[in-house]
Design a protein around this ligand. Structure first.
Ligand SMILES: Nc1ncnc2c1ncn2[C@@H]1O[C@H](COP(=O)(O)OP(=O)(O)OP(=O)(O)O)[C@@H](O)[C@H]1O
Ligand SMILES: [Mg+2]
Length: 239
């Protein structure tokens, strides 16, 4: 089935017990266009990512990945279908080396030749990691750890990559590097849904943006338009 959307989410609801965290949000990721969900602390960004990837139970009127209904699909099956999450906080295997972390990303695959090829291709995005391949993840800088987290996700062979706050806690120069890498990955044909507190960088590299506030979509529109909106500038861009 062909569709213009990599992802289409309709009326997603996620509760923690009786506490609502995501209150019936709808959004989509158009193919070939980086899409972002921007929100401050506790607005429901990670909850949304976990629900999409089957890590949290949710209700919805529909979640479609490339036109196919994926409600109630388990996480490992979703990974095989190309939906891969780079989780908040990286969640690396800290005592393992960079190479081992990347290999873990491909653990569901058995095509050794393709895995070796993807390992090489992945490192082309991250030249800084080449000299760190045998270094344990724990001893890398924050920026390098984030690179490993993205690289590990690429090793799963994603069609749609979900990135949960990849720039948090990083120095501005590294934020720019990560942003450039995300753009290169998108150019290579991987669909991107970027979740960020850093509205400035998210709006800069995205085509379309959703603003999440207290579990609801408060605004959405073209990233260029939101970046020029007085309300967004005041609330999220510190202008
Ligand atoms: N395991 C949990 N149990 C109960 N409530 C939770 C749990 N995890 C998150 N919440 C609550 O759900 C809401 C959304 O949290 P979530 O982690 O999705 O926010 P976020 O947008 O990712 O925030 P941040 O930018 O800090 O990562 C918050 O009110 C949070 O306190
Ligand atoms: Mg979060």
């Amino acid at each position: 089935m062909t569709t213009d959307y990599a992802l289409k989410v309709t009326d997603l609801v996620v509760n923690y017990g009786i506490v609502p965290a995501v209150k019936s949000i709808s959004f989509s990721v158009a193919r070939g266009k980086i899409t972002t969900i921007i929100g401050s602390n506790g607005s429901g960004k990670s909850t949304t990512m976990k629900a999409l990837t089957g890590l949290l139970p949710s209700q919805s009127a529909g979640i479609e990945l490339f036109g196919k209904n994926i409600r109630h699909t388990e996480t490992d099956v979703l990974v095989k279908q190309g939906l891969v999450l780079v989780p908040e906080g990286r969640r690396l295997f800290k005592s393992m080396t960079v190479t081992e972390n990347l290999q873990m990303g491909a653990f569901q695959r058995s095509d050794k030749v393709a895995i070796a090829r993807d390992f090489e291709q992945t490192l082309e995005y991250f030249p800084a990691l080449r000299e760190k391949l045998n270094v344990r993840a724990a001893s890398l800088s924050g920026g390098q750890q984030q690179m490993v987290a993205v690289a590990r996700a690429l090793m799963a062979g994603p069609k749609l990559l979900l990135l949960d706050e990849p720039t948090i806690g990083l120095a501005p120069a590294i934020v720019d590097t990560i942003a450039e890498i995300i753009q290169s990955i998108a150019k290579a044909g991987v669909e991107i849904l970027l979740v960020e507190q850093n509205a400035e960088i998210a709006l800069e590299i995205s085509h379309y943006a959703y603003i999440l506030e207290r579990g609801e979509v408060a605004m959405h529109g073209l990233a260029t338009e939101l970046a020029n909106s007085a309300e967004i500038q005041r609330a999220y861009l510190g202008i």
